[in-house]
Design a protein around this ligand. Structure first.
Ligand code: HEC
Length: 138
């Protein structure tokens, strides 16, 4: 597969146009190609957060989150990207049907798949975005 790189494009122009919320997206995106998480943010709020808040944060939140995984700490896509390895585990556990643990309320197959697909798409998007990075982090 070949990707088109947009090296040296002015990231600030794009970021300014989508700087609707906090400034965190801008600081995350500045590291390589401009990141545009707008549609990811929409599905994060619309599809991912409801599943996580409904089925995960009872254990992965609060004072002593299980496995020291606090899923309440993630409020937008940029924060997920900053912890992509953690979310890769989330995807794996969901795919394996291992989380939530047996005997606990389970999301529907559709809800589960939506979260898995969201993580996969984001991961692909990041790989593509960073493939133009002259100094990739190993
Ligand atoms: C009833 C409590 C409970 C619920 C609900 C729960 N988990 Fe867990 N989770 C645990 C425990 C306990 C562990 C540590 C043991 C293990 O790894 O199986 C864990 C481990 C994990 C890990 C591994 C963390 C790591 O460092 O690799 C991930 C990822 C995870 N959970 C994701 C989820 C997701 C996503 C949901 C919701 C869909 C969820 N969990 C719901 C109790 C829970």
């Amino acid at each position: 597969m070949r990707y088109r790189f947009v090296l040296g494009a002015a990231p600030l122009v794009v970021l300014a146009s989508c700087a609707t919320g906090s400034g965190s997206v801008a600081s995350e995106g500045a590291q390589s190609m401009a990141a545009d998480y707008q549609s990811f943010d929409q599905s994060f709020v619309g599809s991912v957060q409801p599943v996580v808040n409904g089925y995960c944060t009872g254990c992965h939140g609060g004072e002593r989150p299980r496995a020291r995984l606090d899923l309440t700490a993630f409020e937008n896509t940029a924060q997920v990207v900053a912890a992509m390895d953690v979310w890769d585990h989330v995807r794996q556990r969901l795919e394996a049907g291992e989380m939530p643990p047996e005997g606990r309320p389970q999301p529907s197959a559709e809800e589960r798949q939506e979260v898995i697909s969201w993580i996969e798409s984001l991961s692909d998007y990041e790989a593509q975005r960073n493939s133009g990075d002259p100094n990739p982090v190993p």
